[in-house]
Design a binder for this molecule. Structure first.
Ligand SMILES: N[C@H](CCC[C@H](N)C(=O)O)C(=O)O
Length: 287
């Protein structure tokens, strides 16, 4: 079938965006994976799908597929691209929309300066609901947070890292590092992603503090590998930093692909993610 798409990115986290309202699509995981393949397909970190809502009061339904072909619950950078896409395509004339996702309802708003601010909903902080299996582990209390020891098998050696666990609808494990440039992201990222205590795997965040309102962040994403930015990972890192007593809202986050801003008023409150959303080109593929 011929499939029209728009290539977009949010701070370098790139997407294939598909209007599944005007196009009927029913792809297999292998076809989603091919779409995301940078040699055999279009190439992107995630594929984002625009559908009619199933819930009353929502303007659209938003589905997300990682480049490994798996469907996931949430994508923060993608939510900004989604909002810009439906506006640019004339699918809505609203500047604030209500979007149904597998993880609940989020609310992107187009800003006058071209950025998009997304109400990402409240983080889920109970380990079992991340989900993270904390059974038998001695967590380390820090501020309002608990840091969990993860033992990583590095060949014959073992290394223990302390992580905060946070869900933004999708699971995140966030650790503090002295310098993101020298952090072993490629080495330990996959070991954390596939750690047996994360039954749905996990996105692994590496956070460096610059001051109480500014961090640098790298994320080894579940189902993708390291991306140039991760919106939900940015939310999770700031939530963890605030709960540890290390950060104060709002926080500027330097990702490798650009800068994002996070505001969070505390437990039970929504996390607000602000950043760019850029259209790169329009395309069509036979798949
Ligand atoms: N890899 C993530 C989905 C995309 C998240 C990221 N691209 C974002 O902007 O939030 C997961 O498997 O949960």
């Amino acid at each position: 079938m011929k499939l029209k798409f728009t290539k977009m990115h949010g701070a370098g986290n790139d997407f294939v965006v598909i209007d599944a309202i005007s196009q009927q699509i029913d792809l297999t995981p292998a076809q989603w994976k091919q779409l995301g393949d940078r040699r055999f397909g279009v190439g992107a970190d995630q594929m984002l799908v625009v559908e009619k809502p199933t819930q009353p009061g929502c303007d659209f339904r938003y589905r997300i597929f990682n480049s490994d072909g798996g469907e996931v619950e949430q994508c923060g950078n993608g939510a900004r691209a989604f909002a810009k896409f439906v506006s640019q395509k004339g699918l809505t004339d609203k500047r604030s929309i209500s979007v149904e996702t597998m993880a609940g309802i989020i609310a992107p708003r187009l800003e006058d300066n071209g950025n998009v601010t997304v109400d990402m909903g409240a983080p889920v902080l109970e380990p079992a609901r991340v989900p993270f299996d904390a059974d038998g582990l001695d967590g380390v209390a820090e501020g309002r947070d608990t840091l969990w020891p993860l033992v990583l098998e590095l060949g014959g050696d073992k290394e223990t890292v302390l992580v905060s666990v946070v869900s933004m609808g999708n699971p995140h494990a966030v650790q503090l590092v002295g310098d993101v440039d020298t952090a072993p992201v490629e080495l330990t990222g996959p070991l954390i992603e596939h750690h047996p205590r994360f039954p749905r795997r996990v996105n692994a965040g590496f956070m460096q503090l610059l001051n109480r309102q500014h961090i640098r962040l790298r994320v080894f994403e579940r189902g993708v590998g390291e991306t140039l930015a991760c919106g939900t990972g940015t939310c999770a890192a700031v939530v963890a930093g605030i709960r540890r007593g290390l950060l104060d809202s709002p926080v500027t986050v330097d990702a490798r692909g650009g800068q994002l801003a996070i505001a969070w008023a505390g437990e039970g409150q929504p996390v607000y993610l602000t950043g760019p959303a850029v259209t790169v080109y329009e395309g069509e593929i036979e798949i």
